[in-house]
Write a protein that binds this ligand. Sequence first.
Ligand code: EPZ
Length: 420
Amino acid sequence: MDHYEIRGGTPLSGRVEIHGAKNSVLPMLAATLLNHGVSVLHNCPNLSDVDASLAILRHLGCRVEREEDRVTVDAASVTRWDIPDHLMREMRSSVIFLGAILARTGQADVSMPGGCELGPRPIDLHLAALERLGAEVEQQGGRLLCTRGDRLTGAEIDLSLPSVGATENAMLAAVGAFGCTVIRNAAREPEIVDLARFLRSMGAQVRGEGSSTVIVEGKTPLHDAEYRVMGDRIVAATYLSAVAAAGGEAELTGADPSQFSSVLALLRQGGAEIRCRPQSVHIRCVQKPLCGVGCIRTAPYPGFPTDAQPVLMAALCRSQGTTVFVETMFENRYRHVDELCRMGANIRAEGRVAVVTGVERLRGAPVQAHDLRGGGALCVAALGAEGITTVTGLNHIRRGYASLVEDLSALGAEIREVNA
Ligand code: EPZ
């Protein structure tokens, strides 16, 4: 079985460019359907979730070209409005295509997205938002059939939760709706801001992104667009955690530290030295190990991001003191805990709470990734462990890390991919 082989114990040192943000580029690829022309995205990461999105666009009739980190989508002739099961299953977040397909073709036929490793992933807020715009949604045999997309009308949408995906679906459908849409209690994540900027680059009228109220004036004439995707703040958090776990120092470029300031604050609290510039972060961890940082609750942006919970937990396994995690966003986001305990970590997880009691040392062991960021966490812990760790479940890791082996090797880590 393909696996990473990591020999821990070497302090890291060096410089790494952070690749484009997965959770920005996925909704942007859906948004290319709104423009009956050519959209070009730069800094598009090489991820399996991106490949799955490109396959969906091709299935719908788009011409898609990829050259290194540049993706070109020509959506002049979209001839289908369905996403077949096998493509829906390849990417949990393919529901993000729903609003764009509906706005472009007037209808949509997609399978209900299953749950994922993190637990059930309801889409009730997505569907309620589309219905507020006038769509008709019917569930039949595990599929979602949406119609009346050619008559979407701007509306006031009040989200009961600041859902990232529901905000994105509402924004994309609203671009194709007659009149003005106001989305209240919208998600404020940086990826929402990035999406809004991309939509404006194609001529859409979107404002308020980054606040809790996003306003879209629909049916403005759209044109060809070219845009550079922001750096991935969770990949940056992963590499910062790797330095915190292994010791040493690193310069991360290509990501905006203001987008993950909550992570930086906790690393500083744990004893790391952090210096920020507009598009780079320098971290230095000479005092080893980190000290515990009290209680960390995950929350919608600008709170501490749930996607960084696993990797920061891994960095705190070897620490002086205790850290309590409260995972408020997903009900099953501690599957990395058992694997970390196999390496000698002392973690008790009960429901949404995980108590990490720092230990002096971790030992390399064979461990398995059960989800994307949990896989990143195992690699982080392995870098601070004595001996060899083998990490399987690379299919999860490849969803969100385009160059983990290359990047960590550039920082001096002893890591290699072994293909069975
Ligand atoms: C996005 O997922 C991200 N995915 C997730 O990253 C991230 O963890 C999450 O936002 C939170 O920041 C992408 O952007 C592709 P939500 P999303 O809707 O949109 C509940 C990764 O692998 N909810 O903000 O699915 C939901 O159950 C992923 O990179 C409803 O109840 O997250 C959750 O408890 C992991 N009904 C909470 O809201 C709905 O209709 C937040 O979910 C929608 C969501």
